[in-house]
Design a protein around this ligand. Structure first.
Ligand code: AMP
Length: 409
C-alpha cells in the first residue's frame, strides 16, 4: 500500500473518489458543504504537485438513470469557489484552478476530457449512480472507470462501508503503489484506529440517539474496549424499563428489553460501568412548547415522556467525561433540535470539549452528534469530528469496511 504523502503526483491523472453527496435546497444551493470542503486539501495537494484531478462521486438516490435533480453539475460552481477561495467571484474557468465537467462518468467524452486535462486542472464526472452498476459493484463498470486515471485515491470515508464499483471494486485494477487513501480518509482511519486500538484509559463511550436497535452492535463492540459507557437519549428508556423503571410515554423498544438486560449483564461481567441518566427533563407531549418537569428517569408519570437528560445526569455524566483520557461520542442526549430539550446534549458537548482541553482524545461521529457540536460551535474544541455517519458506526461495530480493505489488500 502506497501512502498519499509519499506519492509524487506530478503529471499523473489521479482518479479521486470523493463523497460530494451534499444537501441542496430547491434552487440547487448547497445548504451544508462539509463533505466537499473536507476533501479539498487532498485535491489541492495533488494539484500543487502538478497532478491532474478526476473526481467521481455519487449524489442522492437516482433510480439508476440520469435525473436532472441529481446531476453533479449543480456542484461545479461551488467546487470552483472552494478550489479558488481567494477569487470567489471569478466566473468558471477564468483564472485559478480550472474545473471541467463531463456529463457522463464513463464513455467517450469522459475519456477524452480526462486525457486532455493539463497539470493543475480538475474534471468532475457526472453522478456515478446514474448507472445501477455502481451500487451493484459491477466489475466491468469499475474497470471502465479505472481507465480514466493512472492512480486511484479513495477519499470518500462516508461511503467506505459500501462495496460499490467506485469505492471498492475499482481498486483491483490498480497496482499496490497506485492506490491509496486521500488525506481525509487517512485522518478518519487514524482517528478511528486510535480510539479502537490504542485508547488510553479511562475510555468513555457516549452513546445516544433514538433507537437501541441501531446501536446494539456498537455497544457490544465497545463492551470489549471501553471502561465506561454513557447511555443517553431516547434509547436510555428501553434500558430503564428493562431494569424495572416506570418510563411513562418515553421512547421504548419493547422487543429490545431482553437485549438491554443482556448488555447490562455483560457489562457487569466485563467490569464496564454503564451510566444511565439518573433524572430526565420530561414533557407532557413531543412538542417544542410542551409543559416540562424534572423527574427521576425511572419514575416518569403516565402520559409524560423523557426528552432530555436531567441536571443530576448532566453532573454525573460530566464527571465521568472529565476523568476520561479517550472519548467516543455518537448520538445526542435528548431532542436537541428543540430548545427546551437541548441542555443535556449541550452540557455533554461542553464536558467533552473541557476533557479535550485537558488532554483527552475525543472523537465525535454520527450525523446528529456532529450536528450538535456544530450547533453549539464546539467542533474545533474536540479532537476529531468524523464525516462518516454509517461508515463510522460500522467501523466502531468492528466491521471491515470494503472501501478501506480494498486499498489495504
Ligand atoms: P439517532 O439517529 O438514532 O442518533 O437519533 C437522533 C435523534 O434522536 C434526534 O433527532 C433526537 O431528537 C432524537 N432523540 C434523542 N433523545 C430523544 C428522546 N429522549 N426522545 C425522543 N427522541 C429523542
Amino acid at each position: 500500500m502506497s501512502t498519499f504523502s509519499n506519492h509524487n503526483f506530478a503529471g499523473q491523472k489521479v482518479l479521486v473518489r470523493v463523497d460530494f453527496n451534499v444537501p441542496l435546497d430547491e434552487k440547487f444551493n448547497i445548504t451544508d458543504d462539509t463533505r466537499m470542503s473536507a476533501t479539498i486539501p487532498t485535491i489541492k495537494k495533488i494539484l500543487a504537485e502538478g497532478g491532474k484531478v478526476i473526481l467521481m462521486s455519487h449524489f442522492g438516490r437516482p433510480k439508476g438513470g440520469p435525473e436532472e435533480k441529481y446531476s453533479l453539475k449543480h456542484l461545479v460552481k461551488h467546487l470552483y469557489k472552494l478550489l479558488n477561495s481567494n477569487d470567489v467571484n471569478s466566473p468558471l474557468g477564468d483564472g485559478g484552478t480550472k474545473v471541467f465537467f463531463a456529463d457522463d462518468c464513463i464513455g467517450t467524452q469522459a475519456g477524452i476530457t480526462a486525457t486532455m486535462l493539463r497539470p493543475g486542472e480538475v474534471l468532475l464526472l457526472e453522478n456515478l449512480r446514474f448507472y445501477k452498476e455502481e451500487e451493484a459493484g459491477d466489475e466491468a463498470f469499475a474497470e471502465k472507470l479505472s481507465k480514466l486515471g493512472d492512480v486511484y485515491v479513495n477519499d470518500a470515508f462516508g461511503t467506505a462501508h459500501r462495496a460499490h464499483a467506485s469505492t471498492a471494486v475499482i481498486a483491483k485494477f490498480f497496482p499496490a503503489d497506485k492506490k491509496m487513501f486521500g488525506l481525509l480518509m487517512e485522518s478518519e482511519v487514524l482517528s478511528a484506529e486510535k480510539v479502537l486500538h490504542q485508547a488510553e484509559k479511562p475510555f468513555t463511550a457516549i452513546i445516544g440517539g433514538a433507537k437501541v436497535s441501531d446501536k446494539i452492535l456498537i455497544i457490544e463492540n465497545l463492551l470489549e474496549r471501553a471502561t465506561d459507557i454513557i447511555i443517553g437519549g431516547g434509547m436510555a428508556y428501553t434500558f430503564l424499563k428493562a431494569r424495572g423503571g416506570k418510563i411513562g410515554a418515553s421512547l421504548c423498544e419493547d422487543d429490545r428489553l431482553k437485549t438491554a438486560l443482556d448488555i447490562l449483564e455483560k457489562a457487569k461481567q466485563k467490569n464496564v460501568s454503564i451510566h444511565l441518566p439518573e433524572d430526565s427533563v420530561i414533557a407532557d407531549k413531543f412538542d417544542a412548547n410542551a409543559n416540562t418537569d424534572i423527574r427521576p428517569s425511572d419514575a416518569v408519570p403516565d402520559g409524560w415522556m423523557g426528552l432530555d437528560i436531567g441536571p443530576k445526569a448532566v453532573g454525573i455524566f460530566s464527571e465521568v467525561i472529565k476523568n476520561s483520557k479517550t472519548i467516543l461520542w455518537n448520538g445526542p442526549m435528548g431532542v436537541f433540535e428543540m430548545e427546551k430539550f437541548q441542555n443535556g446534549t449541550k452540557s455533554i458537548a461542553l464536558a467533552v470539549a473541557d476533557a479535550t482541553a485537558n488532554g483527552a482524545f475525543s472523537l465525535v461521529g454520527g450525523g446528529d452528534s456532529v450536528a450538535a457540536v456544530n450547533q453549539f460551535n464546539l467542533a474545533d474544541k474536540v479532537s476529531y469530528v468524523s464525516t462518516g455517519g454509517g461508515a463510522m458506526l460500522e467501523y466502531f461495530e468492528g466491521k471491515v469496511l470494503p472501501g478501506i480493505a480494498a486499498i489495504k489488500e
